[in-house]
Design a protein around this ligand. Structure first.
Ligand SMILES: [Zn+2]
Length: 265
């Protein structure tokens, strides 16, 4: 798929249940996002896997840090299932490697290691069932974390992302914020939504405002940060033919001079 900003990639708009961000893209109605200086604690970036923070929000992170705004990053899963058959990188080694990659990538964007938190939940198995004990446990942990870092804005995964871990992460935060008096601004970033075959729909009544963020000033910085995620972007781990690899085509979506965010109206 082309990385062109005019790629409509949707054959029949009338058949969609909702206005997808990508249909807005094709009709040219996206509005420019202005990030706001934190009124308290920080701007929080939530990543289901160790690389989503930079792929989805690297430009926003760099822009915030350029203004010296405090940024905290939370990586929810341990990322240990990207190469499940590797002998050279069994799960503990892969987890350590991927955490190092996130630390290095985020350092490039201006976020220091103490401002990055890893929850190390099981990759591929984040709780989606809102009645399960694992989900409730994650929500409690999330509430404690939010009380600690006090975000005024949260960048979190798009609620309808095709990847279940991304949707689970959104669900956990939604539940954790349910009883919060003054809710932070929530901006959702899509990762796997580029592929029309995988794209999910939302009920029509859910009104979503799509935004684009101009990251042209920091796009090189974002590119340099992405290069740190070698386990996901190169042949570093050679002994698992089924291992995950971000293709050049996929990466192209994250090397544009803009990023997408979605906000419930
Ligand atoms: Zn992910």
């Amino acid at each position: 798929m082309s990385s062109s900003s005019t790629d409509p990639a949707i054959p029949d708009l009338s058949s969609l249940e909702i206005v997808s961000p990508w249909t807005e893209l094709s009709t040219g109605t996206l509005q420019a996002l202005q990030l706001e200086a934190p009124t308290q604690g920080c701007i929080l970036v939530v990543a289901p896997h160790p690389d989503d923070e930079t792929l989805g929000c690297g430009g926003a992170i760099a822009l915030c840090r350029a203004q010296d705004w405090p940024v905290q990053v939370l990586v929810v899963s341990d990322g240990s299932q990207s190469h499940p058959n590797s002998i050279a990188y069994p799960a503990p080694a892969l987890r350590a490697l991927r955490e190092q990659e996130s630390i290095a990538g985020l350092a490039t964007l201006g976020v220091a290691a103490p401002d990055v938190t890893f929850w190390r939940l099981s990759d591929g198995r984040l709780p989606l069932n809102t009645t399960s004990p694992a989900f409730k446990q994650a929500v409690s942990r999330c509430q404690a974390y939010l009380a600690l870092v006090q975000p005024s804005t949260i960048l979190l995964p798009w609620r309808a992302d095709p990847h279940a871990d991304h949707r689970a992460t959104w669900q956990i935060f939604k539940a954790a914020l349910a009883d919060v008096g003054q809710r932070p601004r929530l901006l959702e970033y899509p990762i796997w939504d580029w592929d029309p075959a995988q794209r999910r729909t939302l009920p029509k009544e859910t009104a979503i405002q799509p935004w684009f963020l101009d990251i042209s000033a920091v796009v090189q910085q974002k590119y340099q940060a992405i290069c740190h995620y070698r386990s996901q972007t190169t042949n570093l781990i050679e002994d698992d033919p089924q291992g995950f690899r971000l293709t050049a085509e996929m990466l192209a979506h994250f090397q544009n001079p803009w990023e997408f965010y979605l906000e419930e109206r």
